[in-house]
Design a binder for this molecule. Sequence first.
Ligand SMILES: *Cc1c(COP(=O)(O)O)cnc(C)c1O
Length: 364
Amino acid sequence: MIPITKVDVSDSEDLVIEVLRSGNLAQGPMVARLEKEFAEAIHVRNCVAVNNGTTALMAALEVCDLKPGDEVITSPFTFVATLNAAVKAGAIVRFADISEKDFNISADSIAKLINDRTAVLMPVHLYGQCADMDEILPLATNNNLALIEDAAQAHGAKIGNRFAGTFGTGCFSLYATKNITSAEGGLITTNDDGLAERLRVLRNQGMRDRYQYEMVGNNYRLTDIHAAIAIPQVSKIQEIASKRQKNAQYLSKHLSSCKFISTPAQVEGRTHVWHQYTIVLNNDSPVDRDEFILRMKGAGVFCGAYYPRLVFDYSCFLDHPNVITEDLPVARHISSNCVSLPVHQYLSTSELDKIIESTFTVLC
Ligand SMILES: *Cc1c(COP(=O)(O)O)cnc(C)c1O
């Protein structure tokens, strides 16, 4: 069977053992080292590590000091953590439609939703490709809105020379399936030193000096054990991305002739890090998405639907007073027909060939 993700952190053994032997298990020097190395890797002034990607988003929203009724605009096509964080922050959440070219919210659809109550734009760099930040950043600046990037899947992604997570407040996940992992973990990035300082205090119970509380805080701390797992991968961000890029290119070269699917594109000027390689089944496909996934599994290839429904399409959100839904035709079509194929850095050429052959066998 070809898995959709594979984890190999054998490089981390020495550092993890160093932490265990040191007896300093909680947030300490390894967390500081991870923050420094990640900040250098993506050319950002500050990086604040937290215990997962969801709390990264929550902390980034908390320091926006939202007032009741303030609105966040985000993507309807994302992992539920994006929405959970915004609802937990007390925001009213609105959804912009996505673009078929990159699966991310478009500036046009965001612009239509901006009103007097809008406080935050929260684009998601889905699958490892940046949203259209050339257009979204000016929307945030001109309307005086906070910009929080859900970069959970986009370690090392770029537009031109500018990395994901450096346009606004970047929120990365280090969950086990992400391109870089610490099992569980998160990183918040910002070029705003004051904001970084507030995030550091917030993460540690609102405490700067011992028992001196400055704000209502939380415990969002990462452990040194987890930081040690991630550190060796940070220096390999480019290497991991380039292997995934090669795999994606190979898949697209062979799959683009299959008339029942659309293959994913890397938009001109952007560096895609291929957290997922996602095809979309066309309307005339002989099998539907569930059947496709089932038959691929039968052929030995695990595929996934990321994500099978719009993020709010569950009664806990549909019935929630803070969640405002609308007609989102592009996102709805894509969420009903998307399938992600394995693209991870450990695939061999024969495995890539097997993924391609199986796709043709199932569809043709
Ligand atoms: C993984 C993910 C998150 C949440 O990160 P965790 O570390 O699992 O809490 C948020 N947003 C997106 C788009 C993700 O893929």
